[in-house]
Design a protein around this ligand. Structure first.
Ligand SMILES: Cc1cc2nc3c(=O)[nH]c(=O)nc-3n(C[C@H](O)[C@H](O)[C@H](O)COP(=O)(O)OP(=O)(O)OC[C@H]3O[C@@H](n4cnc5c(N)ncnc54)[C@H](O)[C@@H]3O)c2cc1C
Ligand SMILES: *[C@@H]1O[C@H](CO)[C@@H](O)[C@H](O)[C@H]1NC(C)=O
Length: 457
């Protein structure tokens, strides 16, 4: 099933529909993408540079309509990835920031703790994960007074695991306990970040799509504060025929947080031979009502999928048990790779038709859950929703980290950066505030350039 999966290498304006336009206005920061990452970066930019102008554009009419509202809502501990990867570092720091943000802003969340459960053959895998967690060093910006230990874990026997989860399969002989894993109400988080942006004077333009990006070569000669990126946008839901209605704005700094569309944005400024492909992997969820899940208070993850793959690539953490904020049991996500048709022009054309949940998937989910919760019944599974993971590598590839890449409008002098956040799959929700901290404090504040006036050119 996974053979021949094709990635998508298009750019926003592959079809050549939009012609170059001179910018009508200039701003300091444009962020493309109103998911949790784009919102977090916009918020951090406004905090760090209160005098600069910041605009976020989002193609939907609300924040977080794509990956940010179609995930497990799990605040991850940071167990799974190589110790020095961005995924680990930003997950650890992001978790710390997210718990503190949720507490401060009254965002519903629960520190439920999680069990990774394994059979006899997975004992060693769990022990290794435990050893790795203990050896983790504090990531950049870590607040030691808030959490002296970076990632506490404990190994439990099968008996102890069954005390936590009474109906766990008898074949489960050990488990890894991660007390700091939790869940968060992602809609409340998105709303709160949006409010922070507005309160700080930022602008959010919904129903606004980036359709073309150019380097503004001529800007250096104008008194507009140096080079930048010309971002063309179209507002409204109707497709239009030319670029008569497109607005062109010059951005001093461009943040590409477009999620599933992030490579299409980046490819705009690269020659076709260097286009970066993106692959889409769908993950579906089912709600569950029925026997087999009595008295479960924690998240339960199988060790299977991650451990059995040689050189574990972590395409998915396995169909796990989680809860919504109301305490209802939910299983998911599974993994199903989508292949881009030859004719696809936009990222949405590939994945949008796959968002509705389906019955068949709910059934195969039953089969994988049976391996650790043998009492669950197929009729208890109700298809719920599906989300799409933006993958930078095809099925079977080794571990792929988040990629944060900088291109400059004036490459030679390193001026006017475009920062692209690529392949922000799990644990991107957990990592969002730390990604923003890294982009703004480590990458942009250090080169703190003079503000440019927001003005009509
Ligand atoms: C099935 C699944 C389960 C997951 N589970 C977890 C989990 O439990 N814990 C966790 O920490 N993470 C999890 N994740 C990962 C997490 O959901 C994502 O990493 C995170 O939401 C990414 O946020 P984002 O802002 O980068 O992307 P998105 O939320 O997708 O936002 C990108 C935004 O950019 C907009 N956009 C794109 N192109 C354009 C354009 N041209 N013009 C204007 N706007 C544009 C889109 O409309 C979109 O709103 C999961 C992901 C999936 C798919
Ligand atoms: C660090 O954590 C402590 C304890 O939770 C908190 O009071 C303090 O504000 C935090 N500092 C920073 C810089 O986040």
């Amino acid at each position: 099933m996974q053979a021949g999966i094709r990635g998508l290498t298009t750019s926003l304006n592959s079809a050549g529909k939009y012609m170059y336009k001179s910018p009508e206005a200039a701003v300091d920061h444009i962020i493309i993408g109103g998911g949790v990452v784009g919102l977090a970066v916009a918020r951090a930019l406004l905090q760090c540079f209160p005098d600069k102008s910041t605009i976020l554009i989002e193609r939907h009419t609300r924040p977080g309509e794509e990956a940010s509202s179609r995930n497990s809502e799990v605040i991850h501990g940071g167990l799974y990835y190589p110790p020095n990867s961005l995924k680990t570092r930003l997950c650890l720091r992001g978790r710390q920031m997210l718990y503190s943000y949720c507490a401060k802003h009254d965002i519903p969340h629960r520190r439920l703790g999680k069990l990774v459960v394994g059979r006899e053959g997975q004992r060693e895998y769990l022990a290794k994960m435990h050893a790795k967690a203990r050896a983790l060093r504090a990531p950049p910006h870590w607040n030691h007074s808030a959490d002296p230990q970076v990632l506490p874990t404990e190994i439990l026997s099968g008996v102890a695991a069954r005390e936590c989860v009474p109906e766990l399969a008898r074949e489960i002989t050990s488990a890894l306990w991660s007390p700091l894993t939790g869940i968060v109400d992602s809609a409340a988080l998105l709303n709160s970040l949006e409010k922070d942006i507005r309160d700080a004077g930022g602008t959010i333009a919904y129903a606004t799509r980036a359709v073309r990006i150019d380097i503004d070569a001529a800007a250096a000669e104008r008194s507009s504060g140096g080079p930048g990126w010309v971002v063309q946008t179209v507002t409204g839901t109707e497709e239009n025929d030319g670029n008569a209605d497109a607005d062109a704005t010059l951005a001093r700094v461009l943040i590409n947080a477009a999620g599933l569309g992030a490579t299409s944005v980046l490819n705009e400024i690269l020659p076709p031979a260097r286009h970066v492909p993106i692959y889409f992997a769908r993950g579906a969820y089912a709600t569950y009502r029925g026997p087999g899940v009595r008295d479960i208070q924690h998240l339960v993850y199988p060790a299977d999928e991650a451990s059995t793959a040689k050189g574990a690539s972590f395409h998915s953490l396995g169909t796990h048990l989680t809860f919504d904020m109301a305490g209802n049991v939910r299983f998911g996500p599974d993994i199903d790779w989508l292949s881009a048709p030859n004719s696809a022009k936009h990222d949405e054309e590939v994945w949008e038709p796959h968002l509705s949940p389906d019955e068949e998937r709910a059934h195969s989910m039953h089969a994988s859950v049976l391996r650790y919760l043998p009492g669950v019944k197929p009729e208890g599974f109700q298809p719920d929703y599906a989300g799409i993971r933006p993958k930078l590598a095809p099925p079977g590839a080794p571990f792929q980290d988040f990629v944060v890449r900088t291109d400059y409008a004036e490459e030679r002098k390193g001026r006017a950066p475009m920062i692209s956040l690529l392949g922000i799959e799990s644990p991107g929700l957990t990592a969002s505030l730390a990604l923003a901290e890294m982009v703004v404090e480590d990458m942009l504040a250090k080169t703190n350039e003079k503000r440019i006036e927001t003005k009509i050119i």
